[in-house]
Structures are given as structure tokens and as C-alpha cells.
Ligand binder design. Structure first.
Ligand code: ADP
Length: 664
């Protein structure tokens, strides 16, 4: 409920991409005009038409009453044919051709000759009842003058054939449909099913993204450019005996520009570039993935020198042991991965094919895939620092109509922890906000609103909150603000709001400084600041609410990290149970003993109790300031750094982290 926004989370929502998109299917063959669907419809139409017209002479349906009244009584019936015991076809004698009511049926449209018949048809319930009726109606008629009844068994071979053919026809259609969907990209034929669906960028179909669209990432861009150099002039490397890498893998959190970098490479490389996503290999049919991998490498070898790019490679390259544990064994994925490994081993070093892959979960990848000789080069991308963010802002501000006052440096300073994709999102969101307000250009406030929206969600002013609840929220947020203001190691506060946003009822905004190292003191002060909301509720109202759920969750996680990962606890000592390889996820037992587990729990509880005690102490001492701040918050809904300075005085300069020589 009451949520403190402490860290800028990385979102990957709809990311605005200012760079022009490339045609996703540059190499599709032209579609033929007459689609197979049209042929099917035509075929069906003809079948149905012939079916309805077959053996359908001009006879009129009639009822038993009419048969008795007009035909039998006048002795007009020549003969009756009973077909399959279901239908009686009635033939009228020729001499009645000119008399009513038979004239219309026997000589339709004033024909000269009477139609040979049958002229009427009667659906009969059963042969017995029909015979009984006929018998009754002809009582007293001499035998030789009675109506002749012939029983005929008629095979409707045409209808039967249709009944047989129709399901087969349906199955063929269904199969074609499946094939077309599964084998898309390679035309609609069933033979293209196992073909790779990679997009090919070459001289005719160029990616429009260049390295100009990639900001920051200097080292990564350099390495990627080097790969292109390998292909363009391999002699420079091979003459010294160097082997050109076979595979390069880009690793980094989502939205840091891995795909963008690959697209830029496609745009600038003078060699063909095959691009495919890992998930496109695997289909519901067994064997397709492996066949697509084979086809991709076959095509690539034909076009060498060239680059193959596989995005999200973790979807096929996941460690084989882990797949079996979590999702049951997945043969299809495994055989696709095996094929990829075989192909990467199969082509000669220096054959001019380099495989580039991207993932955000390198720890999940199968060790066989990332060993030297396959993906031997790893390029790590990180969340951008302030300088990189400024550059990324510059790229994404380029197509926008912005106010003169916008300073990319200021925007970069406001967005620690944002990825490139988040920044693209902020720029697009700011443009949307400005457009909604019908502004001529996008100003600073639009950007600030866009950041708030991305970090904390949309403002929900219409949420119904009672005055009592509002008061509790105001005190809760003021508690966070005061404690974090007075503890020197907590990140500086920018503003506090009690306007509900997204799922939270109130929020405090901080501006984290970008440190590589964080001291144990900074951790425990941070813990106090997290728990200060609940402490403020207890100090003021003598009772706590459920509003601190999010805080408690964060505090617990952080305390466990301090004890079990960072080795901050004296009792546990310098031990870390953190596992950067991700192997531990698959283990069912914990890496520590029962006793250590108990000790960890006890130490975590102690840490949290101490931090809560510290927050409570501060707030008891500052009870007056807490009241004033909460009142102001209730009045204004949003308060800034300046309000805190007015009430609490200037914040003592945050203690700089002691520089530590850190040898890794
Ligand atoms: P991922 O690392 O998840 O593959 P993408 O490359 O798809 O991320 O990035 C998504 C979007 O974020 C890009 O289309 C681009 O608009 C933006 N972006 C990410 N990093 C950068 C960057 N370094 N420079 C410019 N834009 C970036």
C-alpha cells in the first residue's frame, strides 16, 4: 500500500524507438495473386452446385392428402416408385397432362410434350404405413386396376463420395494452414517448414540503424566494430597467427541496447547479416529447430563472409540440466541446442562466419555454448552511467520538438538506474504528455512528469481515501522523509507525495548517488529509512497499519542480503552464500547447515529490530517536526527538499564513501 519509491526500477514497457524501423521481411518472395484459398472456395462451390442439381428433375413435393384426393380418386397415377423406402416418386398418366392440377408439373411453361416424370414426390414415414394407406385408399378397386408400386434401391454414389472426400479435404486444408503458419517467412509451401526464418540484411536490404543511433556503450561498440573488421580484412589478423573468434555474445540487463547494437552492426557492416530470435527456432513440431539451425548455417556459409545474429539466445541455449529440472526434459530445445553446438564446431575457424548472440541471462546458458571455440568473446553491457545517459538522451531528443531550456545533463542526473530503453520511454512519454496539454514544445515539467509516471505509475487522484487514512499516509511518508534526511548515508530526498500512483498510496523520491561500493553503515541506515514509515505510525498513533507491507518486504530482503551475501554480520562472518553462476537455483537443499540457517534468521531479526529502534528514536526526538511536515503534506499533497530544509534545517553534507582500493 504505502509504498516508498526508493530505487528507480527498470521498466521495459512500450519503448519508443526514434530510430526508423527496418522492413521486417526484406527478402520475402512476391506473393502469387491467386491464393490457394480462392481455389478451395471455387472447388467447394462446384461440388455443392453439382450435388444439388444431380438427378433433380422438375417434380413437385406433395402430401398424402393430395395423392388421395386428386390422384387416386381420379385414377390418374401411372405408377409409384418407392426409393430406398423413404421417398415415393409418382408418375401421372399421359392423358392427364392437360388437366389441372397436373398440367403445371407435366407440361411446365406450356411445353408440347408431357415430361416423362416422376411428376410428384412424397416423403413417406415407412413402407408399411405407406402400403397400408394405399391399400385403404384403393379398397374395392379391382386388382388389375390398382396402382403399380415398384421398390427401388438407389445408391447415391455421388453423395457418398462427397461424404468420404469432405473430411479428407478438410484435413488437407488444416495441414496446409498449419504449414503456412509454421513455415512463415519462407513462403507458403510446406517444404519451407524447416527453413530458417532469419532476416537477411545485405546490400539491397540495409538496416537503417547506424552506430550514430547508439549512444554510450563505447567499449562494446568498439568490440562489435572489431568483429566487422575481422570479416573485412582477416589477413591483418591471420598473418600473425591469430584465430578469428567464432562467436561473440552480448550480455546485459534488458533495454541496455544489445539488439540496437546488433542492428547498428547490420546497418554498417559491409557483409550480409542474418538476424533471428532464439525463440523462432523452436516450434511445436519436433526436429524443426535443429533443421532451422542447419539451414541458417548453410545459407550463411554460402554468403560468407557474413554475420549471424541470434537474439535472446537463452531461449534455446539454456543449460540442459536446468531445463530438465524446471520444465521437464525438453527434447526439442535440447536437440536445437545440440545442432547449434555442432554447427559452431563444424565450420572452420576463419571461414568467414561469425555468430553474434544476445542474452540478459548469461548465467542460464549451457556452459558448452560459452566455452572458448564457440562463443569465445563476451561483451558485457551495463546500465548506463550519468555520462552515457546524457548521450542517450541526446539521441532520443533529436527527433523531438523540445523547449530551449531542456538540458540533457539535467535529465541524465534525474534518471539513475534507467536503462537506454527507459530513457527512450521517458522521451516518448514526455512528448505524449506535452501533446495532451496541447503545448507547442516539450518542456522540463513534461519530462519530470514522464519520469514520475515511469517510476511510480500513473497518478490516481480519483482513488477514494478517507481523511483518517490520508492522515496516516502523510505521517508514514513524513517518517521516511525525516529519518532519511537525518541519516547521512541515505540517498538525498527530492520530494514526497501522498497522491496515489499506480499501486502505491504515497511515495518518497530519492536520487541515488552512483557508487560502485556501499558500506555496511550505509546499508543499515538505509534499512532504518525503509522502516521509518511504520515507526512514524507507531510514534504518532500508537498503532501500526498494513500500509508498510512493501517496506517490510524490502527491509527483509535487504537484511538477508546483508547477512547471507555481503558478510556484514559478525556472527556469520565473512561468508557469502551468493551464487553468481545461478547453479544454486537448481539445488533443492540450502548451501548452509540447519544451525547456520537459524543463526542467519536470528541475525536478520536483530538487524531489523535495531534499524527499527533507530528510526523510532529519531522520530520520538523529532516528533514536533514530524507533525509539522505531515500537516504540510496534508495541505499541499506534494512537498519538496525545500520544505524539509525549512522544517529541519539544511541536511549535513552526505558523508562521502571512503575510497577503498578494491581488488577483484
Ligand atoms: P536489449 O538490450 O533488451 O536488446 P534494445 O537494444 O532492444 O535492448 O533496446 C531497446 C531500445 O532502447 C532501443 O530500441 C533504443 O531505442 C533504446 N536504447 C537502448 N540502449 C540505447 C543506447 N545505448 N543508445 C540509444 N538508445 C538506446
Amino acid at each position: 500500500m504505502v509504498e516508498e519509491v526508493k530505487e528507480y526500477r527498470a521498466y521495459r514497457n512500450t519503448v519508443a524507438d526514434p530510430t526508423p524501423h527496418t522492413d521486417p521481411t526484406p527478402n520475402k518472395p512476391p506473393q502469387s495473386r491467386v491464393s490457394p484459398m480462392m481455389l478451395y472456395v471455387l472447388f467447394m462451390g462446384i461440388l455443392i452446385f453439382t450435388m444439388y442439381n444431380s438427378g433433380n428433375s422438375a417434380r413437385q413435393a406433395t402430401s398424402w392428402l393430395e395423392v388421395e384426393k386428386y390422384m387416386l380418386s381420379r385414377k390418374a397415377i401411372d405408377k409409384i416408385e418407392v426409393i430406398n423406402g423413404e421417398e415415393a416418386n409418382i408418375f401421372i398418366k399421359k392423358e392427364f397432362a392437360d388437366s389441372l392440377p397436373f398440367k403445371d408439373v407435366m407440361k411446365p411453361g406450356n411445353a408440347k410434350q408431357a415430361a416423362p416424370g416422376p411428376h410428384y414426390s412424397l416423403t413417406i414415414g415407412s413402407v408399411e404405413s405407406f402400403e397400408h394407406n394405399l391399400e385403404q385408399a384403393q379398397q374395392g378397386v379391382p386388382l388389375d386396376q390398382r396402382v403399380e408400386v415398384v421398390y427401388i434401391k438407389q445408391e447415391n454414389w455421388f453423395g457418398n463420395m462427397i461424404l468420404w472426400l469432405f473430411p479428407i479435404f478438410l484435413m488437407v486444408m488444416f495441414w496446409q494452414f498449419l504449414m503456412r503458419n509454421a513455415g512463415a517467412g519462407g513462403g507458403s509451401s510446406i517444404f519451407s517448414f524447416g527453413k530458417s526464418k532469419a532476416m537477411l540484411f545485405d546490400k539491397e536490404h540495409k538496416s537503417k540503424i547506424t552506430f550514430n543511433d547508439v549512444a554510450g556503450l563505447e567499449e562494446a561498440a568498439m568490440e562489435v566494430k572489431e568483429v566487422v573488421d575481422f570479416l573485412k580484412s582477416p589477413e591483418a589478423f591471420t598473418k600473425l597467427g591469430a584465430k578469428i573468434p567464432k562467436g561473440v555474445i552480448l550480455v546485459g540487463p534488458p533495454g541496455t541496447g544489445k539488439t540496437l547494437l546488433a542492428k547498428a552492426m547490420a546497418g554498417e557492416a559491409q557483409v550480409p547479416f542474418f538476424s533471428m530470435s532464439g525463440s523462432e527456432f523452436v516450434e511445436m513440431f519436433v526436429g524443426v529447430g535443429a533443421s532451422r539451425v542447419r539451414d541458417l548455417f548453410k545459407q550463411a556459409k554460402e554468403k560468407a563472409p557474413c554475420i549471424i545474429f541470434i537474439d535472446e539466445i537463452d531461449s534455446i541455449g539454456q543449460s540442459r540440466g536446468k531445463q530438465a529440472l524446471f520444465s521437464g526434459s525438453n527434447d526439442e530445445r535440447e536437440s536445437t541446442l545440440n545442432q547449434l553446438l555442432t554447427e559452431m564446431d563444424g565450420f572452420e575457424t576463419n571461414s568467414g562466419v561469425i555468430v553474434l548472440a544476445a542474452t540478459n541471462r548469461a548465467d542460464l546458458l549451457d556452459p558448452a555454448l560459452i566455452r572458448p571455440g564457440r562463443f569465445d568473446r563476451h561483451i558485457y553491457l551495463e546500465l548506463p552511467n550519468i555520462r552515457d545517459r546524457e548521450e542517450i538522451f541526446k539521441v532520443h531528443l533529436r527527433p523531438l520538438k523540445i523547449d530551449q531550456s531542456i538540458d540533457p545533463g539535467f535529465l541524465a542526473a534525474q534518471t539513475p538506474g534507467f536503462s537506454g530503453a527507459d530513457i527512450a520511454n521517458v522521451c516518448n512519454e514526455a512528448a505524449l504528455i506535452a501533446a495532451r496539454k496541447k503545448k507547442e514544445s516539450i518542456d522540463r515539467q513534461d519530462f519530470l512528469d514522464a519520469m514520475d509516471r515511469i517510476v511510480a505509475g500513473l497518478e490516481k487522484k480519483s482513488k477514494i481515501i478517507s481523511p483518517e487514512e490520508k492522515k496516516i499516509i502523510a505521517y508514514h511518508e513524513s517518517g521516511h522523509a525525516i529519518v532519511s534526511w537525518l541519516l547521512p548515508h541515505v540517498d538525498p530526498l527530492i520530494k514526497v507525495s501522498i497522491i496515489p500512483r499506480g499501486k502505491s498510496l504515497g511515495a518518497a523520491w530519492y536520487l541515488p548517488e552512483e557508487h560502485q561500493l556501499k558500506s555496511a553503515t550505509a546499508f543499515s541506515e538505509h534499512l532504518s529509512a525503509i522502516l521509518a514509515g511504520r515507526a512514524a505510525e507507531e510514534v504518532t498513533f500508537g498503532e501500526v497499519t498494513s500500509g508498510a507491507l512493501d517496506d517490510l518486504e524490502k527491509a527483509t530482503k535487504e537484511a538477508y542480503m546483508m547477512v547471507a551475501y555481503y558478510g556484514f554480520d559478525k556472527q556469520i562472518g565473512n561468508i557469502s552464500f551468493y551464487d553468481s553462476t545461478g547453479q544454486q537455483d537448481t539445488r533443492l537443499s540450502k548451501p548452509y547447515s540447519e544451525e547456520t540457517g537459524k543463526l542467519i534468521d536470528a541475525e536478520v531479526m536483530k538487524l531489523i529490530n535495531d534499524a527499527y529502534g533507530q528510526a523510532k528514536n529519531i522520530l520520538v526526538q523529532q516528533k514536533e517536526a514530524l507533525g509539522k511536515l505531515a500537516e504540510r503534506l496534508l495541505q499541499k499533497e506534494v512537498i519538496f527538499k525545500e520544505d524539509l530544509e525549512e522544517i529541519l534545517g539544511k541536511r549535513s553534507a552526505p558523508l562521502k564513501e571512503v575510497p577503498v582500493l578494491h581488488v577483484v
